[in-house]
Design a protein around this ligand. Structure first.
Ligand code: CA
Length: 516
């Protein structure tokens, strides 16, 4: 059998490569760089591409994933037992830096066709969002959205959708605790997502803890806010409504006022610098860190070079590579903010008596991941190589263009919800095992990490990054493809699989506060 050997080396500095042939590679295989395998190496595992002396660095993703505890000859299988885990610096001793790198070479001339908003941001869809201040009204907001779509939406052909922004918060929760800040600002900022065109419609019950007014950008109702937001509020217990049908009529009137305004908007040419791309992975496998995440990282760098914004998140997935991320922050205060978010999450997990020592899982190790540093690097690689210009706490709105770390749990639904609050207008989601994840508020581009999944789920996955593992395309080629796909999807010229099929997940708030 003479299968062409395929080795993935993620950076020039790497002294190990990953075997991606489905059956691994046998002893005696000659690699393209002249390395001769001295033993069989399984799929997903590492082979030494140069001699590594005892105590030398083992480098992957151009980072130290460990130190050799014995001499490793070029061509040998670098097994977990040979790799000493580098001591991750504790959060109090990570050096902060003030060494801004020169700006990357700008990418000019890239645009998409989006909806320009009064605050300068741009939507990739034109949606009427109906915010609820409390779970009690979610049946009502769902009813109204359904009726508008069935009976009225055809009158507003430029409006793509009407979406009730329902959740389980608002009452029956401790609202004056430090933890309440996160869910409240999340609900508030989701209503300000660029895809809702600056038109805010809040429905409350009237006796809930979370007052609808709290969710508005300005305190005045039905008036223009400082950023051009127009807000309207309706409460079901308003005594002027007699019976359900008057409530329906009351909300319909407010909704139609917004719909008329939203319908005036048309797609126009907008610089790619108005993209706000949220990167996330879920259902990862051994290929994620080799194919889909590096492809996403390459595309991320391209977006940043256009002047656009990229967010990456998932604290628990990057925690053990945080010292490497801190060294990429633009200045010491951003570095400190990143450390503070990690510390906050450490304490949150500690209170919940969660033990991280079981990570990586046996399945990860069997798949070739030696330790948590390597696993975290495989996840963080989706952030590309750009400088980290800002750090957001969960639920905060994006402040800067460029690459931002938006702190969120790794839970797909909670991460997506928090990235929506931060203002993302395109979501890129990498998966290896497969998940039908989707959101109705923004397009979600799903990138498969392996071709087996991408082919089996041909109508659920938007892009097959497994082609990288098969040697059919390079990370660079696929990174450019993903970049162009992001622009096409943002323009409404290509529809993502979950939108075609109508598969959309619920919003899930992150509420670290007590439920009463
Ligand atoms: Ca996730």
């Amino acid at each position: 059998m003479t299968e062409k050997p395929i080795i993935i080396k993620t950076a020039k500095a790497d002294n190990v490569g990953i075997v991606v042939n489905l059956n691994g590679l046998p002893k005696g295989t000659l690699l393209d760089d002249g390395t001769l395998l001295s033993e069989n190496v399984p799929i997903g595992h590492k082979v030494a591409l140069s001699d590594i002396s005892k105590g030398d660095k083992i480098i992957r993703y151009s980072q130290i994933i460990g130190y050799a505890n014995k001499q490793i000859r070029r061509g040998a299988w670098v097994q977990e037992s040979m790799v000493l885990l580098p001591q991750p610096p504790d959060l109090d001793s990570i050096p902060l830096t003030d060494n801004p790198k020169p700006a990357p070479e700008p990418l000019e001339g890239y645009t998409f066709r989006g909806f320009r908003n009064p605050d300068g941001s741009a939507g990739t869809k034109n949606i009427l969002g109906i915010t609820s201040s409390v779970n009690c009204v979610s049946g009502f907001t769902g009813y109204i959205a359904g009726r508008i779509k069935k009976e009225f939406l055809h009158k507003y052909p430029n409006v793509d959708d009407v979406i009730p922004l329902n959740h389980t918060y608002g009452c029956g929760v401790a609202i004056d605790t430090p933890g309440a800040v996160i869910p409240i600002r999340t609900i508030k900022n989701i209503a300000r997502n660029p895809n809702f065109g600056g038109k805010i419609l809040v429905v409350g019950l009237g006796c809930e803890k979370l007052l609808p007014e709290t969710l508005l950008p300005g305190s005045d109702q039905s008036k223009r806010g400082a950023d051009g937001f127009v807000s309207k509020v309706m409460t079901m217990q308003d005594e002027s409504y007699k019976g359900f049908h008057e409530m329906v009529a009351g909300l319909m009137k407010l909704a139609e006022e917004h719909l008329k305004e939203l319908n005036k908007r048309e797609r126009e040419i907008i610089p790619a610098s108005e993209l706000i791309v949220g990167m996330q992975c879920g259902g990862s496998d051994a290929f994620s860190g080799i194919t889909s995440n590096p492809v996403a990282g390459f595309a991320s760098d391209l977006i940043v070079r256009t002047g656009g914004s990229v967010m990456f998140s998932e604290v628990t997935e990057v925690r053990d590579a945080v010292h490497l991320l801190v060294s990429r922050t633009v200045n010491s205060s951003v570095g400190q903010a990143l450390i503070d978010e990690m510390r906050w999450y450490d304490e949150y997990l500690f209170k919940g008596e969660v033990d991280r020592s079981a990570n990586p899982a046996p399945g990860n190790k069997a798949g070739g991941l030696s330790n948590i540093v390597e696993k975290a690097l495989g996840s963080a690689v989706k952030s590309g190589t750009s400088q980290i210009v800002d750090v957001l706490a969960p639920g905060e709105k994006l402040r800067k263009k460029g690459l931002t770390f938006a702190a969120t749990p790794a839970s797909d639904f909670i991460c997506g919800t928090l990235q929506l609050a931060a203002g993302m207008n395109v979501h890129v989601f990498m998966t290896g095992r497969g998940t039908p994840y989707g959101l109705s508020m923004v397009p979600v581009i799903k990138v498969g990490s392996n071709s087996l999944l991408s082919n089996r789920w041909f109508d659920l996955i938007d892009m097959d990054a497994g082609q990288v593992a098969l040697g059919q395309k390079t990370i660079e080629e696929m990174g450019w493809e993903l970049f162009h796909l992001i622009l096409d999807v943002a323009s409404g010229e290509k529809q993502v699989a979950c939108d075609k099929l109508g598969l959309h997940n619920d919003l899930v708030l992150f509420n670290p506060g007590p439920v009463t």
